[in-house]
Write a protein that binds this ligand. Structure first.
Ligand code: HEC
Ligand code: HEC
Length: 280
């Protein structure tokens, strides 16, 4: 089924490219035909939902095309009334298809412009916005939260907090059930490098004194930068004294199902829910 969808989507993209190629000629009828079949093909359901690579690619597009108005983290820019796109899922209960249409058509009478992306590119943007959206986990399956507490302490607490206890290399997970869907949380745990949480980019630092340090970048300006290193310490450097290199891999280890089963992950999430009194 997925494969079929991919074939449909990619042949459709080719078709659209063919349609575009004809546009400069005066074959108006042909252009019209192409347009009608594009509209007829538009899908209701995001064929890339929960796909970590699509989310990543959508994030790249977002930063290039949307961040000037909506902010790099999609939380909006008040001075120009560009809304917080992480809150819209919960506040307005949009479907993926409605957000698709807004991105493609823009909002008439406002500065929100229409966009000439391919269908696949728009779905990638929708996937990205879902991944940063505050839609949260609905109906978390019940699992053993006592077991979850033990698993969390053994495997996660080194880098993550729930409420206040735990490490600071990774984000506080207290509100992760309110911010991310179950598919996104699972993707974060199984393939952490596919979508790095903003504010947690992995870096390597080589100091003139010969030190070689890994950590996540917290702040950077023209002369200095700050990281949290893998010993959970906040450290500041002058650019004069150290070279900063960005890494593609997350500092979070990937947990395969053989190391942490689906049931065990659910146990951890049940623990987070009970520890934070979250009602997602
Ligand atoms: C020139 C500034 C600008 C750019 C660029 C822009 N937007 Fe917008 N966008 C806005 C404004 C302003 C609104 C609110 C319009 C209104 O008043 O309803 C908006 C609204 C939206 C909404 C509806 C939000 C809601 O809560 O109803 C979505 C979704 C959206 N934009 C996505 C995008 C995406 C994705 C991109 C990049 C492909 C993008 N926008 C590029 C300014 C912009
Ligand atoms: C060695 C440190 C480390 C360990 C151990 C670790 N993580 Fe992470 N985790 C991180 C870092 C750093 C990030 C942010 C970068 C990223 O998104 O990959 C992160 C991100 C996440 C995210 C995404 C959070 C968000 O706000 O989007 C989730 C979910 C997550 N971790 C869950 C877990 C769970 C569950 C465990 C234990 C089974 C765990 N992590 C173990 C370092 C760690």
């Amino acid at each position: 089924m997925l494969l079929l969808q991919q074939i449909v989507t990619s042949s459709f993209t080719l078709f659209r490219i063919a349609c575009r190629a004809y546009r400069p000629t005066s074959a108006i009828v042909l252009v019209g035909l192409c347009w009608v079949s594009i509209s007829a093909h538009a899908q209701e359901i995001n064929p890339l939902a929960g796909n970590a690579r699509a989310q990543y690619a959508g994030g790249v597009l977002f930063r290039a095309q949307c961040a000037t108005c909506h902010g790099a983290d999609a939380t909006g820019i008040e001075s120009i009334d560009a809304p917080d796109l992480t809150a819209m899922w919960r506040e307005r209960a949009y479907s993926d298809r409605q957000v698709f249409d807004i991105i493609r058509d823009g909002i008439a009478g406002t500065i929100m412009p229409p966009h000439d992306f391919t269908e696949t590119e728009v779905w990638m943007l929708v996937s990205f916005l879902r991944s940063v959206g505050e839609s949260g986990v609905e109906n978390l399956p019940v699992a053993d939260s006592g077991l979850g507490a033990t698993l969390f302490n053994n495997h996660c607490a080194e880098c993550h907090r729930v409420t206040n206890a735990g490490g600071v290399l990774g984000p506080n997970l207290s509100d992760v059930l309110r911010r991310n869907s179950l598919a996104d949380i699972t993707a974060s745990v199984r393939q952490p490098s596919a979508l790095i949480t903003s504010g947690y980019k992995a870096v390597r630092v080589n100091t003139n004194a010969g030190e070689n340090i890994q950590g996540v970048l917290k702040n950077e300006d023209a002369f200095s930068f700050q990281i949290v290193d893998t010993n959970q310490q906040l450290r500041a450097f002058r650019k004069h004294d150290a070279v900063l290199t960005e890494q593609r891999e997350s500092l979070m280890p990937a947990f395969a199902e053989s190391e942490l089963s689906e049931q065990e992950l659910l146990a951890i999430l049940n623990y987070i829910q009970s520890a934070t009194g979250a009602t997602p």
